[in-house]
Design a protein around this ligand. Structure first.
Ligand SMILES: [Zn+2]
Length: 492
């Protein structure tokens, strides 16, 4: 199925105004306010709970220090300000997956404010403001018989996820298209994974994205009526849902209608957003300060220590790699897509593989094998060290390209020692001039037509002859030498 862009054309009288709210589960060991494991999917339903995360009366929450530090780390990576003082609030609402009747969140004094994220969309640089990054707790999960609440005859509650630390990252309404919204999310996800606070899994919901979408006539400064779009669990869904919503809102206004402030859910099978409920106003939640948690003072020493421990961030790393190793902007971005990839690349170069060869193999054969086996280079049989050994054998002329390719595929799946395999199987490249000359002469004698074609000016005929020599030499001949020997003998 092709994705059709139904967003605004360049000549539209309307512009879209989009802000994203992203929820990211933090990769802490324990939950937000108790010592239950945060790895909630590892236990049977309701097997990963205690009185605190079950919301029993009279229990007291205890703040998870690691979650606080991860939130500060994220805020600093997004260039946010960290106020000296922050507090937690109760957000009150009733839902079966929230048995205590309120969620501990942050309201008027969040942990951080006023940051930004820079990215490139359609080859133009863009900046989206970050309103705030705050910390809260996740709720449990519901399983409805038949998947749809309205048609369900029964529903089950699993509270394993209840109390898992959840970070909310709210953007300013600075995004103007579905393309920009998707790119913002791509870059935010990459950043969260780089700094080790989230695993980036949109499908399983450890990273979730809601969009606030409105439209207005160009030149108008007030915001239009805002619709919150939920239930988008892939980058593609985010893009399609926002495009759909923009077009729907413009159509309503063009027909003289009025938009409702509401929450709509993206329904993949209908390729449409569907009204879920009218949007609550903030005061519906009756926020008030959480009485069981003391306000938090974030000392400057702590903040500066966390800042100093931030790794090199993706954009800076891509720029440095491009400069240091003479890579194109495109290649540098690919090689730094994940921190693991970027580390692997720099390890290869540090181990003596040339920058160009390391880049070509990592983006080519290694990427293809990673896809095929659903295993990253680091988790593969060959590993980064094994790949470095293999590529050094290639670069010093011990083996040729085709042999390296075959060995890599084998080692990737099954592991082993490249140098040992080359010795045991006699895979060393044949660069013995005399031995190859004999083979070259045999091939010339047996392929009169190809030789005549080459002499007659058909350059591609040489490729056929090179192929024959490689085959006769068991695939181990040095390609450059075969090439030059053939040219030499054919012009004699
Ligand atoms: Zn618990």
């Amino acid at each position: 199925m092709t994705t059709q862009t139904v967003g605004l054309g360049v000549d539209s009288a309307y512009e879209a105004v989009i802000g994203l709210e992203v929820h990211a589960q933090l990769l802490t060991r324990s939950k937000m306010f108790c010592s239950c494991s945060a790895a909630y999917t590892n236990a049977p339903a309701n097997g990963n709970c205690c009185p605190v995360c079950l919301g029993m009366p009279g229990v007291l929450p205890v703040m998870n220090r690691q979650a606080v530090e991860m939130t500060v780390r994220t805020a600093l990576a997004l260039d946010c300000e960290i106020p000296a003082f922050t507090k937690f609030d109760r957000k009150n609402y009733f839902y079966p997956d929230l048995p205590k009747g309120y969620q501990i969140s942050q309201y008027d004094l969040p942990m951080s404010l006023r940051g930004h994220l820079d990215f490139t969309v359609n080859e133009e640089r863009a900046r989206c403001g970050i309103t705030r990054v705050h910390l809260e707790e996740d709720t449990g999960t519901m399983h409805h018989a038949g998947d749809v609440l309205q048609e369900a005859t029964s529903s089950l509650v699993d509270l394993n996820r209840s109390g898992v630390p959840l970070m909310e990252i709210v953007s300013e309404p600075d995004l103007r298209s579905a393309d920009a919204a998707r790119e913002y999310l791509v870059r935010l996800r990459q950043l969260l994974m780089y700094i080790g606070v989230n695993d980036g899994n949109l499908e399983q919901g450890s990273l979730r994205c809601d969009a606030n979408v409105s439209v207005r006539k160009f030149g108008v400064s007030e915001l239009g009526t805002k619709v919150e779009v939920k239930n988008m669990n892939s980058f593609r869904a985010v893009h399609r849902a926002i495009d759909f919503e923009i077009a729907r809102q413009v159509a309503v206004l063009e027909q003289g209608g009025a938009l409702l402030q509401e929450t709509r859910g993206w329904v993949e099978t209908r390729a449409a957003t569907v009204s879920q409920r009218s949007k609550e106003m903030a005061h519906d939640y009756r926020y008030f300060p959480e009485p069981d948690l003391p306000p938090l003072q974030l000392g400057r020493e702590l903040v500066e220590r966390i800042r100093s421990e931030l790794p090199e961030l993706p954009e800076a790393r891509a720029a440095r790699l491009a400069e240091q190793y003479g890579l194109s902007t495109y290649d540098a971005a690919l090689l730094t897509a994940s921190r693991e990839d970027a580390d692997a690349y720099e390890e290869l170069v540090d181990a003596g593989v040339s920058a160009k060869v390391a880049a070509n193999w990592q983006m080519g054969d290694v990427a293809a094998l990673a896809n095929q086996h659903h295993r990253s280079l680091v988790d593969s049989g060959v590993g980064v060290v094994g790949l470095a050994t293999l590529l050094r054998l290639l670069e010093d002329g011990t083996i040729n390209g085709p042999t390296a390719k075959e060995l890599l595929a084998e080692l990737y799946e099954h592991g082993g020692d490249a140098a040992l395999l080359v010795r045991e199987r006699g895979l060393g490249q044949v660069s013995d001039r005399a031995a190859l000359t004999v083979i070259v002469d045999e091939v010339i004698a047996a392929n009169a037509q190809a030789c005549e074609d080459f002499r007659g000016g058909k350059a591609q005929a040489l490729g056929r002859l090179v192929g024959q020599v490689m085959k006769a030499a068991g695939g181990r001949a040095e390609p450059a030498l075969v090439n030059s020997l053939l040219r030499e003998r054919l012009s004699a």
